[in-house]
Design a protein around this ligand. Sequence first.
Ligand code: ATR
Length: 276
Amino acid sequence: MPDKDRYAVFGQPINHSKSPRIHQLFAEQTDQLLSYEAQDVPADAFESAIHVFLRQGGKGLNCTVPLKELAWQRADQLSQRATRSKAVNTLILQENGALLGDNTDGIGLVTDLTKNHQINLSNSRILILGAGGASRGIIEPLMQQAPKHIIIANRTVEKAMTLSDEFSVLGKIKGCAYDDIKNSQFDLILNATSASLSGKLPPLADNILAEKGCCYDLAYGNKPTPFMLWGQTQNAEKSLDGLGMLVEQAAEAFYLWRNVRPETSAIIDLLNSERT
Ligand code: ATR
């Protein structure tokens, strides 16, 4: 029997990662012979873990919290979207031994919004909550959908300003404080803060979601996040979490590694049905 190509996700904590399951399902669906494991890797062990993984024949890696910026620094080459986002979630071993870094988070989000949920982003007023690594990864792919504008609100206003300065060459984007948006209206509000991870909600005013507007939390869990529940109280047409984005970013990584595009909808349905 031929050896299986090896892939893995590195991060910490990693024990609840759904990525091994998702990639196993992709491999079965597309008849690809590969293995995919989750490895608990803290930041200070990242370099040595990569070294060992490549020496043992690893072909590609996903990197998650807290390693995305380190992976960006470690990559020998970067895709354009990874260059700007300063974060890498996918490393691809090239034939010459170089590691190519890419970021599939943003395209995963856009695919979930536009294809799976039929949310039209063109000319829409988008609000992104948070100005950390998660926000960085999604701005360029969102801009490519030609929204009317993107506003980034953050507790620490300076971080939102820095981000908007960096991405202003791509389109209309502005950074501000939560207080500055209380009289505005948005068609789509994306929660890219880490607040949901601690069961918290960013300080949002009521009535900033436009009629027929949608809410999307980049985080996901078995239960609706506080932000999804907030969206429901604001009569959001859809109030979604990031499970679809997780599967779509994985599909894009799988495509980069194997040159085969898995079909995602049955897998999203399956994972949804397993929520308890
Ligand atoms: P990530 O890489 O997941 O984006 P991060 O870089 O630590 O993580 O960024 C976390 C983001 O969530 C930040 O924008 C943070 O706001 P500050 O920059 O002001 O710290 C935001 N955040 C975390 N908890 C929050 C909360 N309870 N309410 C609002 N924003 C929160």
